[in-house]
Structure formats: structure tokens, C-alpha cells
Ligand binder design. Structure first.
Ligand SMILES: *Cc1c(COP(=O)(O)O)cnc(C)c1O
Length: 392
């Protein structure tokens, strides 16, 4: 089948919930993708931050291949060794506590909100404060949590109990807190929101306020987790620890997973009958996630993320000096936003035509998130393509 043939199937049978570009992936490896027409691309936004260590990573592929012949799914009424081992691995890399396994970022965030509400229940606390321009997922509760009107239109009335304040504004946050406040939910880098990086003092202050008022601090690391910012988790750049952290995207190496990580104080809030997920933490997905951790640890991918992130930022800064369309470079390690003085959609399309896959968010911000395995030569090539496009 060719690209047009696949598009025809979608026109007839798949809901039009996404703006898709006419590109049908056939196979991929690392940062390289080949479409069904045989055209090759350099992928600097692999799988919308899901393929964080690159497409089809050999450690993930072999872990999954081995597991698929042994045991694919177990109901959560039984134990599974791989789920236990993955939970231990996540806790060893974060903070003492316990995890819950689900299947997506929205599901993890929604579970985290349930945890916070249950914790605050006796005191009559249920409200969750989130930030303007945040993104927490597409379920009904998570579009209510998300601080962007565009995701809510047409779906009103919204579930109750979510309040938004401007990102980075500590006074507004303090004002919003009242006797009903159960949690503050925060992305340390608003990725969807345009790669807005939280300041260190802001985050420290939020931690302090939550401690003082016994409010649950939920950090949404669905996109920033698993080495993307040079540390395993982004909060580790801030010298604070969240009470609850959510993970998804890159954790499964391409397989669907969403995790709630709760620290010692909150680890036993959710009990039998409170929360569940049928597919959550299946052996096959846990094998994949353990493969992701193994790759990051054994192949020293955090070090590579820091090194290549610096190199990429430096090359983009040089490009900014030469090109007036670039207004600002922002981000952390391999999470980079290029702010343009023009609409980014055209740049994104031209990049695609020239064999470079990136993303454009908030209309004028190019989101560049190459895999943790990226090489200097691939960065040179990608920046070269951007340079050519921005000159044209
Ligand atoms: C992608 C994303 C989500 C939603 O994850 P899904 O797996 O699509 O439900 C939530 N929060 C952040 C920060 C994200 O980037």
C-alpha cells in the first residue's frame, strides 16, 4: 500500500481527532525513520517524546521479544515479578515510596488527583491548583485540570475542583490556596505550553507552601521524565522532592504505561477498592520499561543527554546570531524550544520535506526533543536543515 492508500483508510474509518501529515512510517531505529515510500527522516521528536531512547531500542526490543513468548498479561489480582522489579527500579531512582501502574499520562495524573482527594477527604479538601498553559491530558478530569481553554471547548460543564493560576507567579498561588485546597499539580517544564522552564526559587517556594499547609505536591513528569532533562527526573534539577510524581511517555520505550509514584507519606493512601487499572503494569510493558532503565544506566544516556543537549543549544544559539527569525532558545538538556518571530507551522512542514521531524507548539515555538542516544553528527545534520529552511 502507498501513502495515499493508507490516507484513504483513515478518511473512511478513523476519527479525525488529529491533524496528521501525509507520512506513513514503515520502520525506525534510534533517531532514524523510513516511510513506506522508502524516504528517510531524522527524528528529533520521536513518538511525541515516547521513544525517548530512540525508536526500537535493542535493549527494549530484546526484553519484549523474550517476554512475549513467556507471559504477556496477568490480572492484578496476582503478583508479577517484573512489575515488582520495575516498581523497585523506579523507587531506587526517585524517592522512598510506592508506585501504582496504569497505561497513560492522563490516567496517571487522574490517579494522582484521586490520591490527593482521598488524602484530604476528612478535612473537606478536594481542590487542585494547576497552572495556566499547563497540559495534563485529555480525559474529562484532566482537561479540567489543564490550564488551556482550547482543550475544554465543547465539553462543558467541566468536572469541579480545579483552579488555575499563572505559571511562575507565587503570589497568585498563595492567594488561590484556601481550606479546600488538596493539591498543587505542576509541570517543571511546560512542554506543550511552549518549553516554559520553572525557576528554582519558584519551585522551592511551592514546596515550602505545600509542606506548611499539608498540601500534596504533584509533579507531572509525563514528558520530562526518563532522562530528558539530563537527570532521570526533572525535579532532581531543582533540589526538591515531590510528594507524588507521575510518569508515562518515555518510560515504556514505546509501550503504553503510566505510573503514579507516591512518597512514604502518601504511599498507603490508595487501598483495595480505591483504584485499579486492568492493563496496568503487564509483564510485557514492565519488561520494556526495565529495558529503558537498563539502557539509560548501562549506556550512560544521562551523560549523553547533558553533553549533546549542551552541544545542540550551542549550535542553535549560533544559528540565532545569524538568523533574525529566531528570538529565543530555551529549555533544559534535550528538551529545547526555539521561539520564532513567525508562525512555526510552515517551518515544521518544510523541515519535514527536508527530512527532519520536529514539533511546533503554541503556534511559534519549535519543540526539539531528540532521543537520549542522539549523536553529534545527527545534531549537525538537524541544525543544518533548520539553517537552510530559516534562510529560505
Ligand atoms: C502527554 C502528556 C500528558 C498526557 O499523557 P497521555 O499519555 O497522552 O494521556 C500529561 N501530562 C504531560 C506533561 C504530557 O506531556
Amino acid at each position: 500500500m502507498n501513502t495515499q492508500g493508507v490516507e484513504n483508510l483513515y478518511d473512511k474509518y478513523v476519527m479525525k481527532t488529529y491533524t496528521r501529515v501525509p507520512l506513513v512510517f514503515a520502520k525506525a531505529k534510534g533517531a532514524l525513520v523510513e516511510d513506506i515510500e522508502g524516504k528517510k527522516y531524522l527524528d528529533f521528536f520521536p513518538g511525541w517524546a515516547v521513544s525517548g531512547i530512540g525508536h526500537c531500542h535493542p535493549r527494549v526490543a530484546s526484553a519484549v521479544a523474550k517476554q512475549v513468548k513467556k507471559l504477556v498479561h496477568v490480572s492484578n489480582n496476582y503478583y508479577s515479578e517484573l512489575q515488582g522489579r520495575l516498581a523497585k527500579k523506579i523507587i531506587e531512582h526517585s524517592f522512598p515510596g510506592k508506585v501504582f501502574f496504569g497505561n497513560s499520562g492522563a490516567e496517571a495524573n487522574e490517579g494522582a488527583v484521586k490520591l490527593a482527594r482521598k488524602y484530604g477527604h476528612e478535612k473537606g479538601r478536594f481542590e487542585v491548583i494547576t497552572m495556566n498553559k499547563s497540559f495534563h491530558g485529555r480525559t474529562l478530569a484532566m482537561i479540567a485540570a489543564t490550564g488551556q481553554d482550547k482543550v475544554k471547548h465543547g465539553f462543558e460543564p467541566m468536572p469541579q475542583g480545579f483552579v488555575h493560576v499563572p505559571f511562575g507567579d507565587i503570589e497568585a498561588l498563595e492567594k488561590a490556596i484556601n481550606e479546600k485546597t488538596a493539591a498543587v499539580m505542576l509541570e517543571l517544564i511546560q512542554c506543550e505550553g511552549g518549553i516554559n522552564v520553572a525557576r528554582k526559587e519558584y519551585v522551592e517556594k511551592i514546596r515550602e507552601i505545600c509542606d506548611k499547609n499539608d498540601i500534596v505536591l504533584i509533579v507531572d513528569e509525563v514528558q520530562t521524565g526518563m532522562g530528558r532533562t539530563g537527570k532521570m527526573f526533572c525535579y532532581q534539577n531543582y533540589g526538591i522532592e515531590p510528594d507524588v510524581m507521575t510518569l508515562a511517555k518515555a518510560l515504556g520505550g514505546g509501550l503504553p504505561i503510566g505510573v503514579i509514584v507516591a512518597n512514604a507519606k502518601f504511599k498507603d493512601v490508595l487501598l483495595p477498592g480505591n483504584h485499579a487499572s486492568t492493563f496496568g503494569g503487564s509483564p510485557i510493558v514492565c519488561a520494556a520499561a526495565l529495558g529503558v532503565f537498563e539502557a539509560i544506566e548501562k549506556d550512560r544516556l544521562l551523560q549523553n543527554a547533558v553533553k549533546q543537549g549542551k552541544y545542540l543549544a550551542k549550535k542553535l544559539e549560533l544559528l540565532k546570531k545569524k538568523n533574525k527569525l529566531i528570538k529565543e532558545i530555551k529549555g533544559m538538556a534535550l528538551t529545547i524550544g526555539v521561539v520564532l518571530g513567525v508562525d512555526g507551522e510552515g517551518v515544521y512542514r518544510k523541515a519535514l520535506e527536508n527530512g527532519l521531524l520536529i514539533n511546533c507548539t503554541q503556534k511559534n515555538i519549535l519543540r526539539i526533543m531528540p532521543p537520549l542516544t542522539v549523536t553529534k553528527a545527527q545534531i549537525d545534520k538537524a541544525v543544518g536543515i533548520l539553517e537552510k529552511i530559516l534562510e529560505g
